[in-house]
Design a protein around this ligand. Structure first.
Ligand code: NDP
Length: 447
């Protein structure tokens, strides 16, 4: 079995084979450096080169996405789909539209997705995709033409038993609608389960919109319960003001948390009286405006342009915006100000240095692959409803989500204790997710 130096050798090989993909290297390192104890217990994993195989995507698709803007000018973007691992089910993972998207980001997200999807206990493999297209400031017509062009190529790689994308940054209900419409047109099939995050009016699941944010807060609730505490009365901050952030704020408020700050990539809103969520929803979901406008409507709220939200003292902090948004210095500030609970609504928002600070301080830290798995789990529930041509109520679906999040928490908690690090959810999530994938890979032979 690989010793620590064996794991280091595998990591160096990943770096060599995937040059310039810093985020992918970071995600691989974060997982494999915790796997030593599980390899010691299951020597077959090393013999069968399970880690080496997991680190190599099954398929990577890169393609041109040409489209015309409102002035008639031709624009060219790049589309990606990385089908990472299908040992547990059809590839599943979102599409991200953001100018920062390149192969390294898609691979980091796809790699994380393998273990996250495994943790949900549902039959879904791992994938991710997207484009360097920036939907900000684009008209509905431009977004539609872009989505149609992307799907014209992507459709041949999808299918309800093959690959089922969903949303992520920059891809919400509007984009999923355009993508589904084009898929239906290209294939002449009303294949509902080929995309999730659809509108509940035509095949989407209730609670999918809320699921990632709600699920993150359920995970927080479980971490606190394990320490004999609750969310009630705690002061909370949530970075971002997109899909995940909005519904994390909503569930925190429902459970008695006092959310005083949220943000976007330009700045932070601090509202000591408590964030007015109806206003955030109107600004972001309906009018597609900036969070700065919040302060125009509430004179007692402060807009802190360009500031770090992590400087605001709180009990609970939820990074829900993007990768590497919470660095070591911010982690020290949070801990110094008395924050004792962190859960990652976003994917890999905390840098390795930040994670180290939280672990040394022994605070409750829920890593993204566990804490934000409620989104993809509810996508799998959407696939179930589509397969049985059924529609579940909000209450039933939310109950299922809560049960799944409790199960994920329990699995991480137990795996951490089994491998000698009680309370270490990073180790617990990596080992519990990895073990499920590794066992299925062993069973299926060298593929
Ligand atoms: P949205 O596009 O709805 O919102 C993203 C939010 O993050 C916006 O407020 C945006 O601000 C902010 N943001 C984006 N990029 C940056 C940046 N570089 N610096 C600072 N802020 C930034 O995306 P989601 O809410 O869907 O996704 C947020 C995170 O959650 C991502 O990491 C995603 O991968 C993860 N996630 C999402 C799931 C889902 O179901 N949607 C499931 C699991 C994880 P601005 O408008 O200024 O760009």
């Amino acid at each position: 079995m690989p010793s620590d130096s064996g794991i280091e050798r595998i990591y160096q090989q990943v770096v060599r084979r995937n040059p310039g993909e810093a985020e992918f290297h970071q995600a691989v390192k974060e997982v494999i450096e915790t796997l030593g104890p599980v390899l010691a217990k299951h020597p077959a994993y090393a013999e069968h080169k399970i880690i080496e195989r997991i680190c190599e995507p099954e398929r990577q698709i890169i393609f041109r996405v040409p489209w015309q803007d409102d002035r008639g000018e031709v624009q060219i973007n790049r589309g990606f789909r990385v089908q990472f691992n299908s040992v547990l089910g059809p590839y599943k993972g979102g599409l991200r539209f953001h100018p920062s998207v390149y192969l390294g980001i898609v691979k980091f997200l796809g790699f994380e997705q393998i273990f996250k999807n495994a943790l949900t206990g549902m039959p879904i493999g791992g994938a991710k995709g997207g484009s360097d297209f920036d939907p900000k400031g684009r008209s509905d017509g431009e977004v539609m033409r872009f989505c149609q062009s992307l799907m014209t190529e992507l459709h041949r790689h999808l299918g309800e038993y093959t690959d089922v994308p969903a949303g992520d940054i920059g891809v919400g209900a509007r984009e999923i609608g355009y993508l589904f419409g084009q898929y239906k047109r290209m294939t002449n099939r009303y294949e509902s389960a080929v995309l999730t995050g659809k509108s509940p009016h035509w095949g989407g699941s209730l609670v999918r919109r809320e699921a990632t944010g709600y699920g993150t807060v359920y995970f927080v609730d479980e971490m606190l319960k394990a320490r004999g505490e609750s969310i009630e009365g705690k002061t909370c901050i949530v970075s971002g003001s997109g899909n995940v952030a909005i519904y994390a704020i909503e569930k925190l408020q429902q459970l008695g948390g006092r959310v005083i700050a949220c943000s976007d990539s330009n700045g932070v809103i601090l509202h000591e009286r408590g964030i007015d969520l109806a206003l955030v929803k109107r600004l972001k979901e309906v009018e597609r405006r900036r969070i700065a406008d919040y302060a125009h409507e509430h004179r007692d709220a402060k807009y802190l342009a360009g500031s770090r939200i992590w400087d605001i003292p709180c009990d609970i902090a939820l990074p829900c915006a993007t990768q590497n948004e919470l660095d070591e210095a911010s982690a020290r500030t949070l801990v110094g100000n008395g924050c004792r609970t962190i859960a990652e609504g976003a994917n890999m928002p905390t840098t390795p240095g930040g994670v180290r600070v939280f672990q040394e301080a022994r605070i409750a830290f829920g890593p993204g692959k566990a804490a934000n798995a409620g989104g993809v789990a509810t996508s799998a529930l959407e696939m179930q409803q589509n397969a049985s041509r059924d529609t579940w109520s909000f209450e039933h679906t939310e109950q299922r989500l809560q049960t799944i999040m409790q199960g994920i928490h329990r699995n991480c908690h137990e795996a951490a204790a089994e491998f000698g690090s009680p309370g270490n959810y990073v180790l617990g999530a990596n080992i519990a997710g990895f073990r499920r994938v590794a066992e299925a890979m062993l069973a299926m032979g060298v593929i």
